[in-house]
Design a protein around this ligand. Structure first.
Ligand SMILES: NC(=O)N[C@@H](CC(=O)O)C(=O)O
Ligand SMILES: [Zn+2]
Ligand SMILES: [Zn+2]
Length: 344
């Protein structure tokens, strides 16, 4: 069996930088025409000049003949300058800014400590037509880790949407039924990305016979009722849910550690993982819209031409990839996937 889709885009991706790009860029370029390049580098990408320089490094890592296009983002901080938003828009390469609540996730220590600090920047984004992408978790240590997304909706996201009625917002890597319901109840300014791993796994995967660091990401996997709600949303055909892998590489030694990093690496087999999830719901016919249409439409960008074909032939996932001078362990390392990309 074969499944041919319009070439998809990844609306949430971590490519990292420098030597890492030699691994990450070819993996993503093999499947995706475009990807939103997350700005949580060290130091973070906070200016248009930094974003354009980062873009050049990504382009230089493309395989020969690849037309893969990174879409650039800026990292919001307490000191984000509204004037930077005009420069970002004028560059034609920066499409969005990313809100990381300070301390919420990997490389978020320069993130925003209070939304009030970025009100001028948000107003400028609204004027310039830049999207706001959010890591939607509160960082309040009194809030249970599994409740941080739901509390973010109520404390931060709902007021923010009300205060900036012209801002388009993507609720990134949603993990709960609460987030699905909030997006469904929202207007056309609010979209959401969903990862393959949150469609395929619930939190049991983290503890299957022992602790499984390669299933640890943020927001953390939730209980089965939430996974089921995400799968229903992704396969519903609703246009404001779209593909964002959140593929987030960390070296083996920083994952398999006493205090391991958050992030699952899925870019090398992203479409195969999504195909498994959609097949499990009997919804393969809806994969193309989720992967290739809804995101482009939400961002106001043209849909891609060209196609990607998956075939229902098993493939083994490598135990690891070379990554700078270290090893990178992908999700499902050493296991088998039901689908593989044809001839690429
Ligand atoms: N998702 C993750 O667990 N990690 C991401 C950061 C993020 O997307 O929150 C990373 O950069 O490693
Ligand atoms: Zn995040
Ligand atoms: Zn991410």
């Amino acid at each position: 069996m074969r499944l041919t889709l319009t070439r998809p885009d990844d609306w949430h991706l971590h490519l990292r930088d420098d030597a890492a790009l030699a691994t990450t860029v070819p993996h993503t370029a093999r499947q995706f025409a475009r990807a939103i390049a997350m700005p949580n580098l060290r130091p973070p990408v906070t200016t248009t000049a930094q974003a354009l320089a980062y873009r050049d490094r990504i382009l230089a890592a493309r395989p020969p003949g690849s037309d893969f296009t990174p879409l650039m983002t800026l990292y919001l901080t307490d000191r984000s300058d509204p004037a930077e938003m005009r420069a970002a828009r004028a560059s034609g390469q920066v499409v969005a800014c990313k809100l990381y609540p300070a301390g919420a996730t990997t490389n978020s220590d320069s993130g925003v400590t209070d939304i009030r600090h970025i009100r001028p920047a948000l107003a400028a984004m609204e004027r310039e037509g830049l999207l706001l992408l959010v890591h939607g978790e509160v960082t309040d240590p009194d809030i249970d880790l599994f409740d941080r997304e739901a509390v973010f909706i109520e404390r931060v996201l709902a007021p923010l949407l009300a205060d900036f009625p012209g801002l388009r917002v993507v609720f990134e890597h949603i993990t709960t039924r609460d987030a699905v319901d909030f997006v469904l109840a929202g207007d056309e300014r609010l979209g959401a990305t969903i990862t393959a791993h949150h469609l395929l796994y619930n939190r049991n995967a983290l503890f299957q016979g022992g602790i499984r660091p390669h299933y640890y990401c943020l927001p953390v996997l939730k209980r089965e009722t939430h996974r089921a709600a995400l799968l229903a949303a992704a396969t519903s055909g609703h246009p404001r849910f779209f593909l964002g892998t959140d593929s987030a590489p960390h070296t083996r030694s920083t994952k398999e550690a006493a205090c391991g990093c958050a992030g699952c690496y899925t870019a090398a087999t992203a479409l195969e993982l999504y195909a498994e999830a959609f097949e499990s719901a009997g919804a393969l016919a809806r994969l193309e819209a989720f992967a290739s249409f809804h995101g482009a439409d939400f961002y106001g960008l043209p849909r891609n031409s060209g196609t990607l074909t998956l075939e229902r032939v098993e493939q083994a996932v490598p135990a690891s990839f070379a990554y700078a001078d270290e090893a990178l362990v992908p999700l499902r390392a050493g296991e088998t996937l039901r689908w593989r990309q044809a001839s690429a």
